[in-house]
Design a protein around this ligand. Structure first.
Ligand SMILES: Nc1ncnc2c1ncn2[C@@H]1O[C@H](COP(=O)(O)OP(=O)(O)OP(=O)(O)O)[C@@H](O)[C@H]1O
Ligand SMILES: [Mg+2]
Length: 360
């Protein structure tokens, strides 16, 4: 097991800079998830940690040792990819033991480790099968097993579940979580699925265009996003953003008026210095609207579509030309083209400036 630290890590391909100086500390045994939209640099960062990509600038330490120039095989890491790339002509057992056999590991020790991994992953009864005789989930388990037998200090996962169907993803997600508890090994896991990030991570690293936007525990990011990007990325369905304007600031409170409906006024605590007349964005999560009259301001919307999921309903609505989603515990009778009045409360809203910075 090992801790990891990234100090001002930069990646350039020629003149093109992809990672702009990443700082991150991963504690021994921690489960860290890199999340962010496609192309933001998640895989690049992970591959630099693995040693599969050169590090252009900065310092990478694993277990206290600078490893910038250490060969991948000597870094004490094992990586699991999206495509599991098992050897098709080898059995599960042979796939699991392959790396150890190639390294000349003693036979008895290899057999012990393979048996142990098979038990952990509950694939003992599949040992004589070949990959094509396995389901997608079973194959992915074997791929993970191949990483575990190496007894690495750090596991790296690059979207290991994205080839699986929705149900299997959930099942494997739970298994990976259980595996982490059982092994206690440091894990870094890349995904663009925010649900995976929220459920697996001790700590989430939100990336955007080669920059780390925020690092924090899942619920800290949900409760206290640093900016509009993180606010919109964490949480499902996504946070709503409405155009608004600050019209009055008094005694640490700003009066916020929704831009397209001058009748909605909300007093929000605000300590940052801004002038009245400043355009802002008001953020509110779908699940944080209240019943009419229960908050500090009411908002009437036109319903476009109502999705009824049984335990909850998602109302897609229009407010002064802006789209928003409202989650309601139960509103089966509500249909299209109706009007709906919900309430806002200041404690459940966020304000952002024009550049997306959170106003506090
Ligand atoms: N060899 C390369 N040469 C130039 N640019 C590259 C190279 N490899 C990756 N990139 C660029 O680096 C950026 C980050 O790529 P990366 O694969 O790390 O993204 P990602 O966050 O893993 O995305 P995804 O979710 O789609 O897997 C992208 O803009 C990509 O085009
Ligand atoms: Mg990637």
């Amino acid at each position: 097991m090992a801790e990891l630290s990234l100090n001002n890590i930069v990646k350039r391909y020629g003149a093109l800079e992809i990672i702009h100086g990443a700082d991150l500390d991963v504690k021994d045994g921690e489960f860290v998830v890199f999340v962010g939209p496609s192309g933001c640099g998640k895989s690049t960062l992970l591959r630099m940690i693995a040693g599969l990509e050169d590090i252009t600038g900065g310092e990478l330490k694993i277990g206290g040792r600078i490893v910038n120039d250490v060969e991948p095989a000597d870094r004490g890491i094992a990586m699991v990819f999206q495509s599991y790339a098992l050897y098709p002509h080898l059995t599960v057992e042979e796939n699991l033991s392959f790396g150890l056999r190639m390294n000349g590991n003693p036979k008895a020790d290899t057999e012990r480790r393979v048996r142990h991994v098979a038990e952990i992953l509950q694939i003992t009864e599949l040992m004589k099968r070949r990959p094509k005789q396995l389901s997608g989930g079973q194959r992915q388990r074997v791929a993970i097993g191949r990483a575990i037998v190496r007894e690495p200090q750090v596991f790296l996962f690059d979207e290991p579940l994205s080839n699986l169907d929705a149900e299997l993803r959930v099942q494997m997600r739970v298994e990976i979580s259980r595996l982490h508890k059982q092994l206690g090994t440091t894990m870094i896991y890349v995904t663009h699925d925010q649900t995976e990030a929220m459920t697996l991570a001790d700590k989430i690293v939100v990336l955007r265009a080669g920059n780390i936007e925020q690092i924090g525990a899942p619920l800290d990011l949900y409760d206290d996003p640093a900016n509009q990007f993180v606010a919109g990325f964490v949480g499902s369905p996504k946070m709503n953003f409405l155009k608004a304007e600050v019209t009055e600031i008094q005694a640490g409170k700003a009066t916020v008026v929704l831009a397209d409906d001058r009748t909605v006024r909300l007093a929000v605590p605000l300590h940052d210095l801004i002038t009245s007349g400043t355009p802002v964005t008001l953020g509110i999560r779908p699940e944080h609207f209240g019943e009419m009259g229960q908050g500090e301001a009411d908002l009437t919307v036109a319903v476009d579509v109502a999705e009824h999921l049984g335990n909850t309903s998602y109302i897609y609505a229009n407010f002064g030309g802006e789209q928003l989603i409202i989650e309601q515990p139960e509103s089966r009778s509500l249909g299209k083209t109706e009007r709906l009045t919900v309430s806002l409360s200041a404690a459940r809203t966020f304000l952002f400036d024009a550049a997306g910075k959170r106003l506090r």
